[in-house]
Structure formats: structure tokens, C-alpha cells
Design a protein around this ligand. Structure first.
Ligand code: GDP
Ligand code: MG
Length: 318
């Protein structure tokens, strides 16, 4: 890793927000560097709680996060928000407005909001989000909230990153195609029926309970919470549900973190192999594959063995 990045890391670990922001950009734009940085962060990772808030556009995810932060501040002294949906609007003022102004803390120090592009590809979304989580975690942000657009696959991916996944729905959910139950209801620990000021809350709750009952092998029955984000209704209850869920999942959390570590090494190894392969294919051994005289299956196998040997030698020399 180059000196600039090491310096940035040192500064970020000492609470320099500008360095943290710079590193987040570097990690978002360069997945190889991101993996290298994460590797050096490994020893300081694993202390934060990660809450994923997911659901369809307009369901009220950002509004819920806005409302939750001042309440979460009582349990966690700092909160980082990663908004993977770039249309999400957060502002320091909105997040920490009147509700906590009475408090004597300096709130600008207590919150870090980061928007990230999803790059239109799922792997990209998961990777840069995981990198950002690792960095916030290492830099001692005890609570990390991730907002993502949750539709099927993406929702599942966020469940791999977050300790707790909160799925946000609205009354009338069961009337739409999303209620075809595949994906959307699979990964949540907590289901929020937000906009419960609108009609159809009871019907939606029943439909949600029915579709959750169809999912086999769940260790815990997910909770359903009703909220009205823009009037702060049900928000304290939602926070308690999240906090309880984090507590009760303690053993699972260990597994989730081990899985994250395993995924990091998986990513690093595949980057290294890709890099080695990129260099190898330019060598004469690889360029000459086309002119090899292959007369029987043995020849083909020998050739493959030679290529694998070449790659493993290159990898060993890293
Ligand atoms: N009526 C009502 N509107 C809400 C509620 N929560 C959020 N909204 C509004 O719904 C719109 C979308 O909210 P937003 O938080 O941006 O949704 P996101 O796309 O899921 O992040 C905004 O205009 C909010 O003011 C609610 O509980 N009831
Ligand atoms: Mg939003």
C-alpha cells in the first residue's frame, strides 16, 4: 500500500473526518485498493453494530433514519449513515434538528452521512458498502446504518452486510406485485409498516404475517412494527425493537462477522488471481497456447497443468 494511503488511514483512525471521507472515495472507486485497505483494517474491525434499512423507493426509509438517529444517540455516541440510494436526502440539520438541540453534545461530531452510488450493479453495491462499513467500524463508529433500495436480490445482499435488516413497507403492500413473496420478505429481522396514517394497515399486517409464516427454518419470528415516520409515531418502539434484536442476536453476530472476514479474504484472493492472470496472459507461455499442437486429451491436460503452475508461481512471488 502506498504512503499516501497509509497516511490517510492513520489520520482517519485518529478521527480525521476529511481523511475518512477521502478514503471512502478511494475505496468506492478502486475495488483492489479497497480490499487492500480492508486487509489492514481487519485487526481493528468487528466492534460496530450494522443496521440495514431497506425497502422500495418512497417507503420512508430516509424519514425513518432521520427520526431514529436522535433516539439511537442515547445508546450510541456516534452514528454513521451510508445511503446507497443516491436520491436519499439527509442533512445535518434535518437529522439532528430541534429534537436534540437541548443536548450539550457537539452533534456535528456525532454523525457522518455518506451517499454512495450503486453503479447499477449488485456486486458493486455490496462491495463498496462492505468497504465503507469496514472503515467506519475500524474508525470507531459504534452504530452504522445503511439505507438501500430493497427489491429482492439487493435486499438479500444487504442482509449479508448488516447485523440486523429492517424491511420498510407501506399499507397496501399486499396489493402489489411485490407481495409475490419471493425475495422481499426473506431476509428481514424486523418489518416496518410505515405510513400507517394511511388506510389498510391491518390488512397489510395480516398479509405480511401470512407470507412470513411461509418462510421455513427461521430461528426467530420477525417482528412487525407500525410507524408514521414524519410525525415520529412508533419510532421509539422501533428503536427498542432494533436494540433488542441486536442484543438477542449476539451469537449470530459473531457468525456474521466471521462471514464478513471470510468474504474479505475471498475477495482479496480473487483480486490477486485476476491480477496474476492479467499479467500471465501477456507472457509468451500464454500467447503460444494458440500454436500448441494438441493431439490428444493428455496434451490438453498437460497444457492446463503448465498454465496453473505458471499462475501459482506468479502468485507465490507476490
Ligand atoms: N403520510 C406519510 N408520509 C410519509 C411517512 N414517512 C415518510 N413519508 C413521506 O414519504 C416520502 C418518501 O419518504 P423517504 O423517506 O424519502 O422515502 P425513501 O425513498 O424510502 O427514503 C416523503 O415525502 C416523506 O415525507 C409516513 O409515515 N406517512
Ligand atoms: Mg431515501
Amino acid at each position: 500500500m502506498n504512503q499516501d494511503i497509509s497516511d490517510l488511514l492513520q489520520r482517519a483512525l485518529k478521527d480525521d473526518r476529511a481523511a475518512l471521507a477521502r478514503l471512502l472515495s478511494i475505496m468506492e472507486n478502486n475495488s483492489v485498493l479497497a480490499a487492500e485497505i480492508e486487509l489492514s483494517l481487519l485487526p481493528s474491525m468487528g466492534k460496530s453494530f450494522v443496521v440495514g434499512i431497506t425497502g422500495p423507493p418512497g417507503a420512508g426509509k430516509s424519514s425513518l433514519i432521520n427520526a431514529l438517529i436522535p433516539i439511537a444517540a442515547k445508546d450510541f455516541d456516534r452514528t454513521a449513515v451510508i445511503a446507497v440510494d443516491p436520491s436519499s436526502t439527509f442533512s445535518q440539520g434535518a437529522l439532528l434538528g430541534d429534537r436534540v438541540r437541548m443536548n450539550s453534545y457537539n452533534h456535528s461530531e456525532k454523525l457522518f452521512v455518506r451517499s454512495m452510488g450503486s453503479r447499477g450493479n449488485l456486486g458493486g453495491l455490496a462491495r463498496s458498502t462492505v468497504s465503507a462499513v469496514s472503515l467506519f467500524d475500524s474508525c470507531n463508529w459504534p452504530l452504522i446504518i445503511i439505507e438501500t433500495l430493497g427489491i429482492g436480490q439487493i435486499e438479500l445482499e444487504i442482509a449479508e452486510v448488516a447485523d440486523i435488516t429492517v424491511v420498510v413497507l407501506n399499507p397496501g403492500w399486499g396489493d402489489t406485485f411485490q407481495a409475490n413473496k419471493a425475495g422481499i420478505t426473506e431476509s428481514g429481522d424486523i418489518y416496518v409498516i410505515n405510513k400507517s396514517d394511511r388506510p389498510g394497515v391491518h390488512k397489510t399486517r395480516i398479509e405480511l404475517e401470512e407470507s412470513l409464516a411461509l418462510i421455513p427454518h427461521r430461528s426467530r419470528v420477525p417482528q412487525i412494527v407500525e410507524t408514521i415516520a414524519n410525525t415520529d409515531t412508533g419510532i421509539v418502539g422501533l428503536w427498542h425493537t432494533i436494540a433488542e434484536s441486536l442484543d438477542s442476536k449476539n451469537t449470530d453476530l459473531k457468525q456474521i462477522r466471521e462471514l464478513r472476514q471470510q468474504q474479505l479474504f475471498h475477495r482479496l484472493v480473487s483480486f490477486k488471481i485476476e491480477q496474476a492472470l492479467g499479467v500471465a496472459t501477456k507472457s509468451s507461455l500464454w500467447k503460444n497456447i494458440v500454436s500448441q499442437n494438441i493431439e490428444n486429451p493428455e496434451d490438453a491436460r498437460d497444457l492446463l497443468d503448465n498454465l496453473l503452475l505458471d499462475i501459482s508461481t506468479r502468485l507465490r512471488n507476490y
